[in-house]
Design a protein around this ligand. Sequence first.
Ligand code: NAD
Length: 507
Amino acid sequence: MSPRHQLYIGGEWVRPSTGATIEVISPHTEQVIARVADPAQADIDRAVAAARRAFDTGPWPRLAPAERVALVRRLVEAYRAREEELAQLITAEMGAPITFARSAHARLPGVMMGAFADTAAGYRWQETRTGFLGRDVVVRHEPVGVVAAIIPWNMPMFLTVAKLIPALLAGCTVVLKPSPETPLDARHMAELLDQVGLPPGVVSILPGGRVAGRHLVAHPGVDKVSFTGSTPAGRQVAQVCGSALRRVSLELGGKSAAIALDDADPAAVATGMMVAGLMNGGQACVAQTRILVPARRATEFADALVAEVESLCVGDPSDPATRVGPMVSQRQQQRVRAYIDLGLRSGARLLVGGTGLPDGIDRGWYVRPTLFAGVDNSMRIAREEIFGPVLSLIAYTDDEHAVTLANDSEYGLSGSVWSPDIERATAVARRVRTGTLGINEPYSMDPVAPFGGVKNSGIGREFGTEGLESYLDTMSLSIRPTTANSTVPQPATAAPTTSRPQRADRS
Ligand code: NAD
């Protein structure tokens, strides 16, 4: 167990520069369950300095890619051995139902790590192109440098892995700042990294608040910022990175639409929406909270959805039967209830749920899973990200209207289209301006599939080759042999070129 009063900086547990602490409060009991060190600016400076040194002069960026892959594979083994412990931690700190915590919060990141390692193992780190000017050109993919990775609390280990592992595989050094709501899983990852033995300075993990985040983003020692969070915060991060000409990737908010075509099965759509709209208590960037249904069958879809929402078990997140747990914080609970109130005041029809606490619950930051019908796409509950268990049914007249409504949003992150006619569903799906979309599936997400948004949902992609490349820069080497016998040398980090097609180096 890591020392709670210490911080993980540059691969060591160290004494923080101040005695400030973060209280971790159970969303279920509202009791303090842990206190951990709160990083100050001096601690962040120390972490960036360590990452800078490790990048500029340490071994990590200079290892052969295969050596970094081997270390990540060791991390996967260490991770898997403690998966259940991690699921329990995440349930305790942010209230995710334990069954979902085991699968999505704990098991899935381990699968992702393995998949990212496979992607790096098969990546073409170097290629030689026949130049137009009489010489070969060697194109190298080099690590981008010191990465500041900032994540929110809603899927903490999933998002840690989505940034940290591709950045490490690329050869970057990383200062990760998780949210103050979820420092326990962050310490868990620090313990695992400690166990597998990275070179000094390569990773620091400092869960802290916005002030810490702002300081890190603006730090002159940082080469690239990878940010996941709300769109307003992402805008601020982009401004700072813009003026510093610092590379930045942004994974931001969403208000995604599920389109049930007029031949879709209401029961299948309703079941899918319990995942697509309500997983993690609706605290998901990919949540599809606008359910577009054909006007002439609106009642059928509404009935199927009401039956599903009413069947959800809401309560103690440590109970394996629970499907919807509490919101992460009192602030989040109040925010979601305010949106339910807004929906009622703007004339939407409440089918199930409401602003009160769920039946039988008298403490904890719970919200009743809520379904509105008769929602107009111009209402604020249809336009703004609520980040809680609140779904809106919006009626459309024909496929054209459905596509128009889906695209009438400042966001474009996720979505789904439902129909037994795959050709028709695919044609509709291709017209939706979004980064990812599932057809007859709650969402599209796979460690090999690029993930990210369009419009205000962000810039850049994570996962797959694209995710790895977001931590790489390219370098062109043009070499003129000076004697008849001289050959073009391979750069120091590359393994010997083999006789593969395209003269590619994958090692
Ligand atoms: P948030 O924007 O308030 O905070 C996210 C993280 O950024 C936290 O670690 C926070 O401390 C830090 N932060 C906030 N302002 C900052 C600033 N100006 N500079 C640097 N760091 C700053 O978001 P939240 O409420 O913690 O999380 C929910 C949001 O995250 C939702 O909008 C959700 O859609 C989004 N999200 C997006 C994705 C995605 O992949 N697109 C995934 C999960 C969550």
